[in-house]
Design a protein around this ligand. Structure first.
Ligand code: TRP
Length: 334
């Protein structure tokens, strides 16, 4: 708790372009949490270098992601939006927690196995201890809740195990975080294969709507979306492509799936796809305009980066000092 609010922590990597799936599944929900929780939204650049990166590109993507958080509507006065690399406590706590994490536990992480298979030429120790750094992110701010996708639940589980192990030895040092499951928002699927999640790492650009796609591109991608040969707009599990388009349209317009189905009764897929494309373009337009404005305002973004890094650092140091004392490091002489 911070004051009378619960603490929420989440992070995103600045690799790949954010998609409509990230917006609907994560960002859009975050906007509704800014009054209820004391929030920390971190651009986790330390995690990014577990895979080889081009330095200039990493720096530029990280700034874009941070700017996008604000453009989407997260108020940087209320939400602590910052770079992980600007708060050294993440790396310091991560080292300490490494000494409270077992090789066997890390060996069971499915994401490590997947990534190791994908980057067989660079299976570095950082990739292996990635979950420990993530635990440090969360525990450093004494987070009560962590909104994460299903793919990160195993990492949250190990975070809880590490925290409980540490607390069992040293007393109540860390808050034990819970996963935060948002209001059941639709899971957005690939436009080219509606069995697969829409993903920023998909190699086919037609599979995903990127948040910065212009209107023409968005409409073109929806026109090409894979559907079926039923020629009937219905909401069921057999017509997965149409199901996904109905979900998207329903998020963009606020209509229920049933209302969408009756609105398009008797109409063809072509008309429907066009309407979905337009609704997505309309939903994204204000954020895109705001992003363009913010990108030009270097001084403002710099001030957000500076102020929020200071704020994050203040809370991080509080936890870190406590932990350092518990494990037996000597008091600093001032
Ligand atoms: N590993 C997360 C992902 O790839 C990103 C992340 C890093 C994170 N640290 C975190 C998410 C802490 C939540 C909390 O999606």
């Amino acid at each position: 708790m911070l004051g009378d609010k619960k603490v929420l922590f989440s992070g995103m990597q600045a690799t790949g372009n954010l998609t409509l799936g990230n917006y609907i599944g994560a960002l859009k929900n975050w906007l509704t949490l800014q009054d209820e929780f004391e929030t920390f939204y971190c651009v986790v650049d330390l995690h990014s270098i577990t895979v080889r990166q081009d330095p200039a590109e990493l720096r530029s993507r990280a700034r874009k992601l941070l700017t996008l958080y604000i453009a989407a509507g997260l108020d940087p006065e209320k939400n602590c939006i910052y770079y992980q690399s600007h708060v050294s406590g993440h790396a310091e706590l991560s080292w300490i927690l490494n000494c409270f994490t077992y090789m066997g536990e890390l060996n069971r992480m499915t994401q490590f196995k997947d990534k190791a298979a994908k980057h067989a030429d660079n299976i570095n120790a950082g990739l292996f201890t990635y979950p420990v750094l993530m635990a440090a992110d969360i525990l450093l701010y004494q987070a009560d809740v962590v909104p994460v996708g299903k793919d990160q639940l195993q990492h949250l589980e190990i975070t809880r195990d590490i925290a409980q192990r540490f607390n069992a030895i040293y007393g109540d040092v860390f808050t034990i975080p819970e996963p935060y499951i948002g209001k059941t928002g639709a899971k957005i699927m690939s436009l080219q294969d509606p069995e697969k999640k829409m993903s920023k790492s998909d190699e086919n650009p037609n599979a995903s709507i990127y948040l910065m796609d212009d209107k023409d591109t968005i409409i073109r991608k929806f026109k090409r979306a894979v559907t079926d040969s039923e020629a009937n707009i219905a909401y069921n599990d057999e017509q997965k492509g149409i199901h996904n388009l109905i979900d998207i349209y329903s998020v963009c317009t606020g209509k229920t799936p049933d209302e969408v189905v009756s609105e398009f009764a008797g109409k063809g897929y072509g008309d429907f796809k066009l309407a979905v494309g337009e609704s997505v373009a309309d939903m994204l337009a204000p954020m895109q305009a705001r992003f363009a404005e913010l990108e030009k305002d270097k001084a403002y973004i710099d001030s957000v980066i500076k102020n929020n890094a200071e704020k994050a650092n203040y809370f991080a140091q509080k936890t870190l000092r406590k932990v350092q004392k518990k494990v037996g490091f000597p008091e600093k002489i001032r």
